[in-house]
Structures are given as structure tokens and as C-alpha cells.
Ligand binder design. Sequence first.
Ligand code: TYD
Ligand code: MG
Length: 453
Amino acid sequence: MAREKTKYVCKECGYETPRWLGKCPSCGEWSSLVEEVITAVPAGHSKDVSKGPAPCPITELETVGTNRFTSGIAELDRVLGGGIVPGSVVLIGGDPGIGKSTLLLQVSGAVSTDTKVLYVSGEESSNQVKLRGDRLGIRSDNLLILPEVDLERIEYWIENTSPGLVVIDSIQTVFTKDLTSAPGSVSQVSQCASRLMRKAKELEIPICLVGHVTKQGAIAGPKVLEHIVDTVLYFEGERHHSFRILRCVKNRFGSTNEIGVFQMGDSGLSEITNPSEVFLSGRSHTVAGSCVTASVEGTRPILVEIEALVTRTPFGVPRRTTTGIDSNRVAIILAVLEKRAGLGLSMCDVYVSVAGGARLNEPAADLAVACAVASSFRNALCHPDVVIIGEVGLSGEIRGVSRIESRVAEAAKIGFKKCIIPASNRAVLTEHESLQVIPVRTISEALEHAMKR
Ligand code: TYD
Ligand code: MG
């Protein structure tokens, strides 16, 4: 009788069974069993334990430069930390139709001017890729299109074409015959990803994987996928806006928090080098409840507009809704406004939104949120040429923020006239002749300066 090649293991307790079961008999968890390949002793593993690498002092290790190469798209290079590292595996996640395939085809087109690129398409036929390529103006003999979903065949072609870059669109369509589970299942996705990872390291070829995103916003398939790969990028944006933001959430070869901004047009994605102007483009100067803050994303300061709407609540329980900013953070700021600045917000619905599809997750935006809410509550305009920066403490004090210099410089560059900053940041700031700096200590002081009366 042939031996079973796979087993099912419970994700929760580690219980093993040769057959799939709906409920784990050991811990009682439902649908927790995933298929795994039974590996005997790995090939090349000998009994002699003295063979193989021995521990070595870190000072005696050679420093090998990572000779990164450019992806041909400067925004992507910056998000990756300066280009593509040979042998690295990059996972790009994003909602359907956001432009992952478009971005990677453009990268493939750019890289194929220097070296061979293997574009494995599991979702679209060669013809569809060709049509898209024509639209993007990609013509290169070095760009090889392979419509394939079988992992073994993909590995064969990676070895036999020796490309400088491999793109797999998408990892959820790839499957190996070693497992009986369907493509896209947890076991298939993690097994295929780790095999590709090994291939990438072995042949020193960078591989870009496209990953689907679930309704909850995580990359579909297991979280282990994010652990396996070197770099995880999320491609996001509002469907109704043409802007797309590429965000790095994990990077073994550079910093995270870095973002790249793109615009989807008729001939594919184009880079946006001055995102501040884009995020401020639709700003209205005649309505209360809007103000501008300078947020730092990675190494780059970006000016964004924060809008707030405060209305009387028709029900007993006021509603607080936010987009692009953490609602708990906003709840704290509302409480501080109520207690320390005397705004009666408890009977009001409050809506806060970051314009243009941007997302803020640093406390330096606190004060701007507070000013936008106060402005809408009092129906008083914020000065249109003021940028507001600062973290709000629970006692209403304004705390210093990091990178104040680059934030203020960005505000001056875009043409703002005044900048409200935390008083504790004043000392480290050099003078800008075109921009007046207003240091503030408390939230009431800041509201005083931010609004017209
Ligand atoms: P696509 O790259 O197929 O998205 P994903 O692979 O993430 O699912 O992007 C498809 C969308 O992009 C589709 O709605 C059409 C739009 N698009 C343009 O607007 N211009 C273009 O030049 C291209 C190629 C696509
Ligand atoms: Mg696609």
C-alpha cells in the first residue's frame, strides 16, 4: 500500500490525523485542520552533525553588499528601501482591481530592458496580458509571459529561463500536486510560497508575488504568508479616486512606513512626486471644519487635509464615525475638547475624515483633528494658510512631535504662511522667512490661533 504523503494538523493544538475532519477531536475547535506534506529527513541532511556551518563571531563575517537594482519605478524603489534585492520575495496585496497586475507588468516592462523577466500569469490568459501590455506600451523580447498555475512547472521554467525577476500573479492560483487541497487553501498557499522562497534564495532571483486580500483586509490565506516573505506591500486606494498608495508593512531590507503615491490613468500607473499638492487639491476655503496637518510617512512629510462635521444628534447616543484615522484616537481628542476646551460635544454626532483617501496613524495629527472638530462645532473657519501640528495630551497640553523640521519645511514649500507647532518643538526649529511659526502649549491656545473669529 502506498504511504500517505500528507497529514492534517490542527492549527490550534497540533493534533495530527491522516484524514480531514471538521472538528478537532483533541481541542474541539471547528475547521482548524490544515493539510501538510509529510517530510522525511530533508534531502542532504546527514547523520554527521559536525558537518555544516559552525557558530562564528559577527565581526568575522564578511559584509556583502546587497546589490539592489532599480524596478524602473522610483516610487516603488523608495518603498522597497532603494530597489529590488536579488533573492528577495516581495508580496503585494490589495483589493481586486486596484492595479496590482498593472503595477507589476509595468515593473516587468521596465526591468526587461536590462534583463530577462518571467511573468507567470495564473489569472489571465497570455492574450489578456498582451492586451494590457499594448495599452501600457510594453514591447520587449526579454519579457516572457507564462500562463501557468502548476508549481512544479513554474519552478522548471524559473530554472530554465534564468530570469533576473519573476512575477507570480497570483499566489492564490498556484498549486502543488503534493497536496490534495484546492488551490488558494491555507496549506497550498503557504506550501507554494515557501517553495518559491527557497527557489529565490537558491538562485538569487527576486520574486514578486501578488496576494489577494480578504473582506477583512488581510492578505488571503494564512498570516504565515507574511512571515515567509521578506517584504509585504499593500496597494490601496479608493476605487472612486484615481490615487493609489503603496504602503510597506514589513521589510527585511529597509524601513517600513514608507509610502509611494501613484495615479491610475489611461496608460497605466504614473508616479506622483508631490503628494501634498494632490491631497490638498480639492480643498474648500469657505466651509468650516477643515484644516491641514503635516504627517510624516516613512521619511517623507506629506500635507493632508482633515475634515470634520459636527451636527446635533437626533438620538440619545451620539454617533462618531471616522475614515482614514483611528476612531479611538478621535474619541480621546473629543473628550479632551469637551473637558479642557469647554466644547459641548456630548450631544453631537461627529464625523472626521482624511481627504483624498490618505490614512493617518501618528499622534502628530491630533491637534489638527481637534481644530477641525472645533471649527465645525463653532462654525468658524480655520485660517486657510495655517498648518497645524501637535500631539494632544489628556490634560489638554500639546506635546512635541518628531521630525518637526521637515514638516515645517514642507508647509513652507507648498506656500503656507503660518504653522502652529508644539511649544517644546520651538527650540529645534530654524527660521523660515516665508512662514510664521506659532508655538502653543495648550489646546485652547491652539484653537485661539487656528480659527478666524
Ligand atoms: P488590475 O491591475 O487588473 O488590478 P488587480 O490586478 O489589482 O486586480 O487593474 C485593473 C484596473 O485598472 C481596472 O479597473 C482598469 C484600470 N486600468 C486603468 O485605468 N488604466 C490602465 O492603463 C490599466 C492597464 C488599467
Ligand atoms: Mg490582477
